[in-house]
Design a binder for this molecule. Structure first.
Ligand code: MG
Length: 221
C-alpha cells in the first residue's frame, strides 16, 4: 500500500516515508503517564500503512480493546538531510499537519512491563490519521501553535506546542544524527496531556489553531 501526503493525490505525488514518533515531549503528559523526562527525545516508528485521512475511520483491532487518543503536531520533511544543525533545521521542512497517534494502551502497557518494543501497540492499520498539510510559509512559528482534540464535541486535549520540551529544530537535529531524513518522512512530535480512551462510535475532531482540522470516527472490525 502506498500512502501519499495528500489524500487527493492530484496535489502532489509525495509518498509518506517513515513515520518517526516522539514520546514524553510534554511535561504534563509525562506526569500523567508516570514517566520520566529524558535528556534526548525518545523515538519509535510507525509504519506508513497506519495512515488514514480526514473523514476516514479508526478501526479497533481484534487484539486490543483499549485504544487511546494522542493528538500531535506532525512535521513533514521536504528535502533529504543528514546531521542537520538546529539553525538550519526548518529549511528541510515542507510543512506541518495534525496527526493522531492512536495507541493500543493495553498492548503498550504489557510491552512496557516486559521491556518489549511498542511496534504492535502503535502500528495497526488506521492508527495514524493525518490532516491535510499546511505549507510552512503559512506558519509563523511552529513552536507556538495551539493544538486541541475534541471527542464527541467535548474538549479532551488542549495545549500549545510552546510547552514541548524539545523545539522542532532540536528534534530534527537529533533525529537526523541517527537516520537520514527524506522527502515525505513524517515526524509526530508527541502528545500533550489529556489522553484517554476512544471506542466504537466516537467522533474525534482535532484542530491546529485555525490552520487545519481533522475529523475521523471509530469503528470496530
Ligand atoms: Mg504519541
Amino acid at each position: 500500500m502506498t500512502n501519499y501526503i495528500f489524500k487527493d493525490n492530484t496535489r502532489s505525488n509525495i509518498t509518506i516515508g517513515k513515520i518517526i514518533c516522539l514520546a514524553r515531549t510534554y511535561r504534563k503528559h509525562a506526569e500523567e503517564m508516570h514517566s520520566n523526562i529524558t535528556e534526548n527525545p525518545l523515538l519509535f516508528l510507525k509504519p506508513s500503512s497506519s495512515v488514514i485521512f480526514n473523514g476516514e475511520s479508526i478501526i479497533v483491532p481484534r487484539m486490543s480493546k483499549y485504544l487511546h487518543h494522542e493528538v500531535e503536531l506532525g512535521v513533514v520533511i521536504g528535502k533529504k538531510c543528514k546531521n542537520v544543525l538546529q539553525k538550519d533545521a526548518l529549511e528541510y521542512v515542507l510543512g506541518y499537519l495534525l496527526a493522531l497517534d492512536i495507541t493500543a494502551r493495553d498492548i503498550q502497557s504489557e510491552a512496557k512491563k516486559n521491556g518489549w518494543p511498542w511496534t504492535i501497540a502503535k502500528g495497526f492499520d488506521t492508527f495514524a490519521p493525518i490532516s491535510n498539510l499546511v505549507y510552512k510559509k503559512e506558519i509563523k512559528d511552529p513552536n507556538n501553535l495551539d493544538i486541541s482534540l475534541k471527542i464527541n464535541k467535548e474538549i479532551k486535549q488542549s495545549s500549545n506546542t510552546k510547552y514541548m520540551i524539545y523545539s522542532i529544530e532540536r528534534i530534527i537535529e537529533f533525529i537526523s544524527e541517527i537516520m537520514t531524513l527524506e522527502k515525505g518522512d513524517l515526524i509526530l512530535t508527541g502528545t500533550p496531556e489529556g489522553i484517554g480512551e476512544i471506542s466504537e462510535g466516537d467522533i474525534l475532531e482535532a484542530s491546529l489553531g485555525d490552520l487545519c482540522s481533522l475529523k475521523v470516527d471509530v469503528k470496530s472490525q
